[in-house]
Write a protein that binds this ligand. Structure first.
Ligand SMILES: *[C@@H]1O[C@H](CO)[C@@H](O)[C@H](O)[C@H]1NC(C)=O
Ligand SMILES: *[C@@H]1O[C@H](CO)[C@@H](O)[C@H](O)[C@H]1NC(C)=O
Ligand SMILES: *[C@@H]1O[C@H](CO)[C@@H](O)[C@H](O)[C@H]1NC(C)=O
Length: 347
């Protein structure tokens, strides 16, 4: 081939690649601007378009995620890579450090807790009050793998949120917020019972994100060891957060600090064929204009749109809604019983 043809051909291919990339990015960007979620959610598309989108986009997106992180690996630091006394710089507070304690070392997994796992239908349960009175419990429990966030209580709310838990996250601050820093034997018991009820699930503790939670993590780990609690502990890798942020950034979604829910979704793309999200609703009013609690189980308030909040939840939600419309995930925001009206709004 003459050189001039070769360079023409190369130029053409390069242009094609650039166009494809721009197209992929534009998909998310186009729909992630704008601020009124309810009007966006009710804009519907024809069934053909969404089927086309499903086949076209979801496999591509998932491969893209794999370019940024390997969830099977990044879901936890493994025992072989650290030893007691090693110094770790916090992900968000680089200048602060912590040491790997004996207890933490003992509870590091030797292999990825998600090694060789693949599930057909996964549910990720966020903690929004939108779940209250949803009757979604049985539907959530029918999934093959159920992920929950921040050790949210299930027993008292099982009708709406289900009970099944295969993986649950626990920010160190939960020990303070939901269990009073274990100040009394009663709180210690309650915390221990919550952990024991997890029987066999993965307990995912982001211990190295922000400074300040060191003691709380240590208390939890000590309880697990002393009472030989049946949980499989996991501690996310130090690169996970940057990788997830980087992935969304290339899709033009600028996320300051991904929420646990978004981290879980991003990782679940690796292990789950279908991903269903419940309890994601970062707005003070529901689709029908009724007030919605920030958490289904407590009275915490959250300013979703404040620039001082660490998370950009409405932006995340718009992004997830876009993926919902493209068929890459299912966002369930309505009731799960006969009245499925609100659910239809989303499709
Ligand atoms: C952390 O490790 C450093 C270096 O090994 C050591 O000097 C320091 O005492 C350790 N701190 C704690 C709290 O264990
Ligand atoms: C749930 O239903 C009960 C009984 O109908 C009602 O009292 C309560 O206000 C509802 N809660 C929410 C959050 O809608
Ligand atoms: C643990 O499970 C038992 C039995 O299902 C239940 O009665 C109890 O409320 C649960 N405790 C916690 C803290 O979730």
């Amino acid at each position: 081939m003459p050189p001039v043809f070769r360079s023409l051909l190369f130029g053409f291919l390069a242009l094609l690649v650039v166009l494809l990339i721009i197209d992929d990015i534009a998909e998310v960007e186009k729909e992630s601007v704008g601020s009124d979620p309810s009007s966006r959610l009710s804009s519907s598309r024809s069934a053909e378009t969404s089927l086309l989108r499903k086949t076209l986009f979801s496999p591509i997106r998932r491969k893209n995620i794999l370019r940024f992180l390997d969830p099977e690996r990044d879901i936890s630091i493994l025992k072989g890579t650290l030893k007691p006394g090693d110094i770790i710089h916090y992900v968000f507070d680089r200048q602060s450090t912590t040491n790997i304690s004996e207890n933490l070392y003992r509870l590091l997994p030797t292999a990825s807790p998600m090694k060789n796992q693949y599930h057909r239908r996964c549910a990720i349960v966020g903690n929004s009050g939108i779940l209250l009175n949803s009757s979604c419990g049985p539907e959530i429990d029918s999934h093959d793998f159920v992920i929950r966030c921040n050790l949210a209580p299930v027993e008292e709310y099982s009708q709406d949120v289900g009970r099944r838990t295969n993986l649950v996250t626990m920010n160190p601050s939960v020990v303070q917020r939901a269990f009073q820093d274990l100040v009394s034997d009663e709180w210690k018991d309650r915390f221990l019972q919550r952990l024991q009820n997890l029987s066999g699930s993965v307990l995912w503790i982001p211990a190295f994100m922000a400074k300040g939670g060191e003691e709380r993590v240590e208390w939890a780990l000590r309880l697990i060891l002393v009472h030989t609690v049946d949980v499989r502990t996991a501690f996310p890798s130090l690169r996970l957060l940057h990788a997830v942020r980087g992935y969304w950034l290339t899709n033009n979604v600028h996320i300051k600090r991904p929420t646990t829910g978004l981290l879980m979704y991003t990782m679940a793309t690796r292990f789950c064929e279908e991903i269903h999200l419940y309890g994601f609703w970062p707005f003070p009013l529901g689709p029908q204009g009724r007030p919605v609690k920030y958490h289904y189980y407590d009275t915490l308030k959250y300013e979703y749109t404040s620039s001082s909040s660490p998370h950009t939840m409405p932006l995340e939600f718009r992004t997830l809604s876009t993926l919902h419309r493209q068929g890459a995930l299912r966002l369930h925001t309505g009731s799960c019983d006969l009245d499925r009206g609100a659910q239809k709004d989303l499709s």
